[in-house]
Each structure stands twice: as structure tokens, then as C-alpha cells.
Write a protein that binds this ligand. Structure first.
Ligand code: G6P
Length: 608
């Protein structure tokens, strides 16, 4: 989704802004632009529809100016046109604004400002912001921005510059993330740390309602009551090396193959062998409350929701705590019952998904503890939750989530072990569970060894127009995830279904042209899934099965077989999702898709 970058310092701003925009590409966008102060009372601006490289080619190499802002736009209000691309300007062209979020009352503001003579050149909600700032500008950009903000309803992260105030950037946050990067005699502003990570790892997170005014040497934050806030810089732990492709053709492939390590990091230091349990340092919950928890409710979106569905089943079956996972966008508007002994989780890779954040705030308002399971350290959900678990996947750049998913699973398995050991799980059962969990990175590594076979199968099927993904129990959410991966990056229509449900509808779709991907573990439901496969085969449907190494019966029954190594059946979600990630990836490659930045999608969905 939209990205913001801003720079002020001794260096030429344009190349720094362009690099920042390049690093924000992963968020998803359709157009981009920059505005750079020229020091002589004018702003130079270049905006283009399409990729950053198109913008880069259009920016004159000689463009001077030591402060400026840039933006990647993901269209919400108004089509994908150059006129709608940010930055947007006031009528004099001296004030430029880059904005993330949605100004909900923009129509009324536009009407008011038009009556006062403002001429609008775009269809965006954003354009009211520079016009409002101009209305209040009397030589002090910070004061004018604050006066303008008083009119805005909705969400925003904004960065504003004025041609007559060289070396100053004013930012404001309400619902859309904004972060200051503190360098050596230079300052940055960005919607996430990627915007400036190659220049500094010292960051200052803004909270909702805060305004920041920065120049090359200093930053000043004020809160809603206009009181100055004293805030120290935090260090970002991500290294630049982690956000390079590292020899892989794209980020998604790199991230899929990183999973043995990223799962290892999620488990790192958290397996307590002495007590046959898991240690989770950040829960911030009194032990008596943990013991008394009578329900766990989980909110999330997209891939994080699929991990949550596995987590809920696991908590219920292993720790014997009633648990459910719900889409945050649904929960938010249905006034849920929040019981006193309930524990909530908000699960989000980015920690910025608007639906999950707002749903979390609603649950907190009702008095419950909400724990975060996040990847991005310092993200809004991580900071506002009452405690939680960082999954430590490292930066996930491909839009389609892979390594964050398996790390979220790891967090749920750890939490389940911890809660189960506080309840009925015996020490010896705890030891078995812990040993299986510790073996996951190696089993995933072995599964990745099937890459060539999976590529060949993907090649064979990539021209199909529709797919079904089918699994039961803990693997039903994995079927949903397999279908989602395929849709996201190859644009092939796919449906994930509980295998037992196919006879209630989807079986009508089965034909020689519609392949089904079945997940077949050695678990108590194996025979049931085999019956479901027979139902599909009887109707002429091609079947690909992800099953257990050495399962000759299954291999003989299906058209194509992808083996994963045998292990405790409760842990197959980790290994069985991997072939599905690779299958989607290779189908997308086969079809020539843009794997890392699929059309219409955003990595971090910061609007509702
Ligand atoms: C977007 C991304 C998905 C992601 C979902 C939830 O739709 O494209 O890959 O699963 O948001 O994101 P979160 O950061 O909250 O996990």
C-alpha cells in the first residue's frame, strides 16, 4: 500500500528519495512521485504512473535540492493517472504533500476550498491537505499543518514541505504509520523503516495524533495537546543484507528457502527443555490469569488468519482451551462478546494492517488483554498490544507471505505448549511435543529438497484455469493458504476447501480440466481424505497429493505425488505448506507473472 519517504540533509535529495521509493516498492503501488526543494522558492516535482524505474528515468540526473518527499501510491480515490499521483500541491505549487490513508470528509473540504477559490487538479482525497495548509500558512509550516489537521477526519500519515522553508519537513500521523530516521546530520521520514534503512538504523516511532517537524540536525514531536514530547531513538535490528535478494531471482523464492532459518529464529531461546515447555518472555500476563484463561480468540487477515486458524485448532486440541480465529474486518463491526477470562491475539506480519489494528483497539476498549504476534518490531500492533511474541522472520519483502506464516505457526505451537503444560499435558508429552517442534526446521529443509519435482508438476498444471485445494483438520487452513498463494501470484482461480465438504458443492466443479491438490498426512483423518480423493478420481479430476514419504498407496492413487518427511502428525502444517508455496511460485514463474509485486495487491494494508 502507499509509501512515504522524506529526506533533509547535506546530500542531494532526489537519488535518496528514489532509493527509498525503490525499497518501498514491496508494499504494492501503481504510481510514484517526488518533490524536491530548490532553495530558491520553488519545488521541482516529477510524478509517473508505473514502476519506480520509469520515475527514475524521468528525474533529471542533475536535479539539485537537499530536501524533499516522495510517495508510492496505491489507488483508492481516483484512477491510476499522473494527475492523481502524489505529491499533491497547493495552488501556488510551493507546498507539497505525500499522504497515506483516507481523508473521509474530503468531499466537504473540497467544496469549501473550491468556494474559496482553490482549483483542484486531481480526483484524490489527498489534494485537500496542501490546499488547507496553504489556507493557514503565515510563514510557519508546522503551525499551518496543525491548523489544517484540525479539519481532517479519517486516517493519515503525511509528509509536507514548503518551498519557502528550506530544509524543513513536517510530518503527522493519525492511523497510518510514520517513522523518523535519525542520521548523522541528516533526517529521514518514512511510512516504514525500509524507506531509509540503507542510511540509518536509528528510528523514532510517531504515535497517533503527533506532529513532527524536522530539519537536518533535529526533530521536534508535539502531541494532540500541542505539548512537546521527549522521545529517544530506537535501534532497528534489521540489517541491509537481509533486504537484498542474496543471489535469488526474487524475494519470494529467497523467503521460501529461508524458512528453516526463520523458523529456527522464531523458536530460538524459547524451548525450555529442562521443564519440557516453552518460554515466552513478552506475554506480560500474570500466571494466575494464564491459568484461568477460559477462551482464546484470535483476529487476523489474509495469510495471518490462516496461521491463526491452525493456532486455534491446536490450542483447542492440545491445550484443551476453547479457541477460534476470526477475520479482523468482520469482528470489528459485530460487537463481539468479550468475556473476562478470555485472552485475545492480534496476528499480523506487518503489525500495521488497519482492520486488525482497529479490531484490536475495540477489544482492548472492552477490557480484554490482547497479545500481538508480529514480525515488524516497533510496528503499531506490536506497540499497542498488551504483550506478545515477535516471530523474528526478518524482513519479508515479497507481497505474498511465506516465511512469516511458518514463523507465526511456530509462535502458536510455542504458546500452545506453554498453555498445555500449565494445564493437563504431562512432562513426557511435553518432551515429545518439544522434540517434534525442535525438528521442524530440519523437516522443512528436507521438504525444500523436493523443489525440482514441484517445479516440474507446476509446469504440467500451470495452464489450468481453476484449482481446488483440499485438506482436513489442521491441514484445512493449509489448503486455504495454498489456494491463496496460487491466486495471489499466478492469478489462477483457486479455492481452498475442507476436504469433507466437497460433496456439498465443489464436486460439481470437478472435470478433467480442474486439478485438485490434496493434503494427506498420516493422521487420524487419513482414510477419510483418501475416500475424498477417490470421489474426485471417479469423476475424472486430476489429483496432485502432498503426502508422506513412502506412502505407496497414495502415490499409486493420484496423478502426481509430492512427498514430505514423516513426523508427528500435529506438525504437518509446517511442512505441507512448503510445497504449496513452491507450487504457486513455479506456476507464477511459468506464466511470467511479477512474483514479488503481484497486481492490485499490497504488502501492508493500512486502510480499511
Ligand atoms: C495483505 C498481504 C497479505 C497478508 C495480509 C495481512 O493482504 O498482501 O500477504 O497476509 O495483508 O497482513 P499482515 O501484515 O497483517 O499479516
Amino acid at each position: 500500500m502507499c509509501g512515504i519517504v522524506g529526506y533533509v540533509g547535506p546530500r542531494r535529495a532526489a537519488p535518496i528519495l528514489l532509493e527509498g521509493l525503490k525499497r518501498l516498492e514491496y508494499r504494492g503501488y501503481d504510481s510514484a512521485g517526488i518533490a524536491v526543494g530548490q532553495g530558491s522558492g520553488v519545488l521541482a516535482s516529477v510524478r509517473r504512473v508505473g514502476k519506480i524505474r520509469v520515475l527514475k528515468e524521468a528525474v533529471p540526473k542533475s536535479l539539485e535540492g537537499i530536501w524533499g518527499i516522495g510517495h508510492t501510491r496505491w489507488a483508492t480515490h481516483g484512477g491510476v493517472t499522473e494527475a492523481n499521483t502524489h505529491p499533491h500541491f497547493d495552488c501556488s505549487g510551493k507546498i507539497a504533500v505525500a499522504h497515506n490513508g483516507i481523508i473521509e470528509n474530503y468531499r466537504a473540504l473540497r467544496g469549501m476550498l473550491s468556494k474559496e477559490g482553490a482549483v483542484f487538479t486531481s480526483e484524490t482525497d489527498t489534494e485537500v491537505v496542501p490546499k488547507l495548509v496553504a489556507k493557514y500558512y503565515e510563514g510557519d509550516l508546522e503551525a499551518a499543518v496543525k491548523a489544517a489537521l484540525a479539519h481532517l477526519e479519517g486516517t493519515y500519515g503525511i509528509a509536507v514541505i514548503h518551498a519557502d522553508e528550506p530544509g524543513r519537513i513536517v510530518g503527522a500521523r493519525n492511523g497510518s504509520p510514520l517513522i523518523v530516521g535519525v542520521g548523522e546530520n541528516e533526517m529521514f521520514i518514512g511510512s516504514d523503516v525500509m524507506a531509509f534503512i540503507s542510511s540509518t538504523s536509528r528510528v523514532v516511532y510517531l504515535n497517533d495524533g503527533e506532529v513532527v517537524s524536522l530539519d537536518a540536525a533535529s526533530f521536534k514531536i508535539t502531541d494532540r495537546a500541542d505539548v512537546q514530547v521527549d522521545r529517544k531513538a530506537d535501534a532497528v535490528t534489521w540489517e541491509l543484507g537481509e533486504i537484498e535478494k542474496d543471489g535469488y531471482p526474487c524475494y519470494m523464492e529467497k523467503e521460501i528457502f529461508e524458512q528453516p532459518d526463520s523458523i529456527g529464529r522464531a523458536l530460538g531461546g524459547r524451548l525450555d527443555r529442562e521443564n519440557a515447555t516453552a518460554k515466552l518472555g513478552g506475554l506480560n500476563l500474570d500466571r494466575r490469569f494464564q491459568r484461568a484463561v477460559s477462551r482464546v480468540s484470535i483476529i487476523a487477515a489474509g495469510t495471518s488468519w490462516h496461521a491463526s486458524l491452525v493456532g486455534a485448532q491446536l490450542l483447542e486440541s492440545v491445550a484443551r482451551i476453547p479457541a477460534s480465529a476470526e477475520l479482523s474486518s468482520e469482528l470489528r463491526y459485530r460487537n463481539p462478546v468479550v468475556e473476562p477470562a478470555s485472552l485475545w491475539f492480534a496476528v499480523s506480519q506487518s503489525g500495521e494492517t488497519a482492520d486488525t489494528l482497529y479490531a484490536m483497539r475495540e477489544i482492548q476498549r472492552k477490557g480484554a488483554n490482547v497479545l500481538g504476534i508480529c514480525n515488524v518490531v516497533g510496528s503499531t500492533i506490536a506497540r499497542e498490544s498488551d504483550g506478545g511474541v515477535y516471530v523474528h522472520s526478518g524482513p519479508e519483502i515479497a507481497v505474498a507471505s511465506t516465511k512469516a506464516f511458518t514463523s507465526q505457526l511456530a509462535a502458536f505451537y510455542l504458546f500452545t505448549l506453554h498453555m498445555a503444560r500449565m494445564r493437563d499435558m504431562s512432562r513426557s508429552e511435553g518432551e515429545r511435543f518439544l522434540a517434534a517442534l525442535a525438528s521442524v526446521p530440519d523437516k522443512v529443509k528436507e521438504t525444500l529438497g523436493g523443489r525440482d519435482r514441484i517445479q516440474a508438476i507446476a509446469k504440467k498444471y500451470s495452464r489450468a484455469g481453476d484449482f481446488l485445494f483440499l485438506g482436513r483438520g489442521l491441514l484445512y487452513p493449509i489448503a486455504l493458504e495454498g489456494a491463496l498463494k496460487l491466486k495471489e501470484i499466478s492469478y489462477i482461480h483457486a479455492e481452498g476447501y475442507a476436504a469433507g465438504e466437497i460433496k456439498h458443492g465443489p464436486i460439481a466443479l470437478i472435470s478433467g480440466e480442474v486439478p485438485s491438490v490434496f493434503l494427506v498426512p498420516h493422521d487420524p483423518l487419513r482414510e477419510k481424505v483418501i475416500s475424498n480423493i477417490r470421489e474426485v478420481k471417479a469423476r475424472g479430476g486430476p489429483v496432485i497429493a502432498v503426502g508422506i514419504e513412502g506412502d505407496e498407496e497414495l502415490a499409486g492413487l493420484v496423478d502426481d505425488f509430492i512427498p514430505v518427511p514423516a513426523m508427528d502428525w500435529r506438525f504437518y502444517p509446517f511442512t505441507m505448506v512448503v510445497p504449496l508455496q513452491l507450487f504457486a511460485y513455479f506456476c507464477a514463474l511459468e506464466l511470467g507473472r511479477d512474483v514479488d509485486q503481484p497486481r492490485n495487491l499490497a504488502k501492508s494494508v493500512t486502510v480499511e
